[in-house]
Design a protein around this ligand. Structure first.
Ligand SMILES: [Ca+2]
Ligand SMILES: [Ca+2]
Length: 357
């Protein structure tokens, strides 16, 4: 039994993820951390801003790091400019974290194992999922090499019955005037990738996504190890059971007892209590998020900026608004979706290279 789209709480004012200026926000990382920031991850274009004010990370951001720690004792340490991220993005400094789940973790799925240390260069990650309004700008203002096709107003997924297509398409957010601040969904992997390119960035790798969600202390959820609650994420709470009961189903399981205020998607960034250590929102819940990686078993030998190239299935992360299982929004959890699908429960956010003066 499925839920209705009605009665979603009123949208919050849009908080534009505005790459259009070069008013980068000075990162708040301590100097010792900033000094450890390296070059941007692979896949970064390092493009210059265009005359149209394109979402761009300056080419200087693509410069390799200075060889700190390898020079002679007599050499003066090279000055390292503070790392900066575009407005609306959080800086995740270079570092090493424990990715994946331990062999004895009974909550973990087999595809999360083995756990191993992974080292990442510094990167920027959007604090929020891309919204309907943000995506629409990409459609309206195409740029050479990055032309967004409209987000679908119907789900696209082979195997769904015509009735299921009609039902689930109600939850595609594009085309609904009251959902401009909600995450864009019903977009396939290529659409997501194109948008991020248009915005001057790229999709985050799976490793980048996981580190942003787990921090460096191996936490289970972005906010810590406490169980999910109605203030921390949009998933299936009391509101979910209530709407299911209205459809005649009284046995709908829920993830938590409280009402999270959203029967379907919620406006992006609406659960500050669920923020990660880097200040990134909705990494748990709301919509699953496309990542750059193709879905495949982990390769333990790949420990530096890992990326599994290619499809046809891509990794999605973070769970979504209809999840009742508290295991779904775990930071280490992985799922796959065929890259051509446009689904009501999958959206995305973008990453970008750090900039330096
Ligand atoms: Ca909910
Ligand atoms: Ca999410």
């Amino acid at each position: 039994m499925r839920l209705r789209a009605a009665d979603v709480r009123a949208p919050m004012p849009a908080r534009p993820f505005d790459f259009r200026t070069l008013l980068f926000v000075l990162c708040a990382a301590p100097a010792a951390v900033v000094a450890g920031c390296g070059e941007p991850p692979r896949g970064s274009s390092g493009a210059q801003a265009t005359s149209a004010g394109t979402a761009a990370v300056p080419a200087s951001a693509a410069a390799p790091p200075t060889a700190s720690g390898s020079g002679s004792a007599a050499a003066a340490p090279a000055a390292v400019a503070p790392a900066r991220c575009p407005e609306g993005m959080a800086l995740v400094p270079a570092g090493t974290f424990r990715m994946g789940s331990a062999a004895d973790d009974k909550d973990a799925d087999a595809d999360e194992k083995p756990a191993r240390d992974v080292t990442l260069k510094a990167y920027c990650l959007a604090r929020t999922e891309v919204t309907v309004a943000e995506y629409a700008r990409c459609v309206a203002e195409p740029r050479e090499g990055a032309r967004c096709s409209p987000a679908s107003t119907t789900v696209v997924s082979r195997g769904l019955s015509p009735a299921d297509v009609i039902f689930w398409s109600k939850f595609c957010n594009a085309g609904h005037a009251d959902r401009g601040a909600h995450p864009v969904n019903c977009v396939d992997w290529q659409q997501a990738s194109t948008y991020c390119k248009w915005a001057g960035g790229r999709l985050p790798t799976e490793a980048e996504w996981e580190r942003a969600a787990r921090g460096d202390d191996g936490r289970k959820y972005p906010w810590g190890n406490e169980p999910p609650s109605a203030t921390r994420l949009n998933a299936c709470g009391a509101e979910c059971a209530r709407s299911a009961a209205a459809l005649g189903r009284k046995d709908k399981k829920t993830m938590f007892e409280g009402d999270d205020g959203a029967e379907t998607t919620a406006p992006a960034g609406g659960y500050p209590a669920g923020a990660s250590v880097f200040g990134v929102l909705d990494l748990a819940g709301n919509v699953w998020e496309w990542t750059a990686d193709g879905y495949a078993p982990y390769e333990p030998s790949r420990t530096i900026d890992p990326l599994h190239e290619g499809g046809p299935a891509r990794v999605v992360r973070g769970g979504h608004w209809l999840n009742a299982n508290p295991g779904s929004p775990r930071a280490a959890n992985r799922e796959s979706r065929p890259e051509e699908k446009r689904l009501e429960d999958v959206g995305f956010r973008c990453a970008a290279a750090v900039a330096r003066d």
